[in-house]
Write a new protein. Structure first.
Length: 196
């Protein structure tokens, strides 16, 4: 873990952003690999490292501040720049619930959004690994699959769109985490509701 000296005088545009993004992406990739192996201990350990890493906190603050600036410029034509002093203060307040009751609602909301983004960074790779899917649309009814998906269930739905065009929808879901009997009941009810 790299330590950064970030105070109110730090210029955020001069931070080593390539190194910060590389560190976060490396941790996300480790979470992805551990999720593919279903190693819960390694997943939790790596997620804990990501949540507590300075790089993830800095990246989350930067991404949320940029998102706020971009959305206000797009919708309200107003420019909301968060100064570097304010970003350093937010970094010191992240995951620090002792001082959260003394803050105004807008800062609490901003802190909450940044914390949600950090949690999203932790869960994104895990969910991508566990719930991979392919949605294949094919007008010529050709079947295509990837050999890496051996332990999956597939459901084919043929829909006639116009005269003789058929669309083949294939949805692959990892069967390891799914109760197949429950899913089959849901599919039957789903189709009956559309036929009536």
């Amino acid at each position: 873990m790299t330590s950064y000296i970030i105070d109110e005088e730090t210029k955020w545009k001069y931070l080593p952003w390539n190194h910060i993004k590389q560190r976060v992406n490396t941790l996300k990739y480790r979470i992805y690999q551990a999720s593919k192996l279903c190693d819960k201990h390694l997943i939790y350990k790596t997620q804990n490292n990501l949540v507590n890493s300075n790089e993830a906190k800095i990246l989350a603050i930067q991404d949320i501040c940029k998102s706020i600036k971009d959305s206000y410029i797009c919708w309200d034509k107003e420019n909301y720049n968060l100064f570097d002093k304010f970003k350093a203060r937010i970094l010191s307040l992240l995951f620090n619930y002792k001082h959260s009751s003394n803050l105004c609602k807008s800062i609490q909301s901003l802190l909450n959004k940044i914390e949600q983004y950090i949690i999203f960074l932790c869960l994104e790779s895990e969910w991508k690994a566990r719930f991979r899917y392919i949605f294949n649309t094919n007008l010529h009814n050709d079947l295509s699959y990837r050999p890496e998906y051996e332990n999956v269930i597939s459901n084919d739905y043929l829909l006639s769109t116009q005269n003789n065009f058929l669309v083949n929808f294939k949805l692959y879901i990892p069967s390891k985490y799914i109760n197949l009997i429950y899913i089959k009941k849901k599919f039957i009810l789903f189709h009956i509701s559309f036929l009536v």
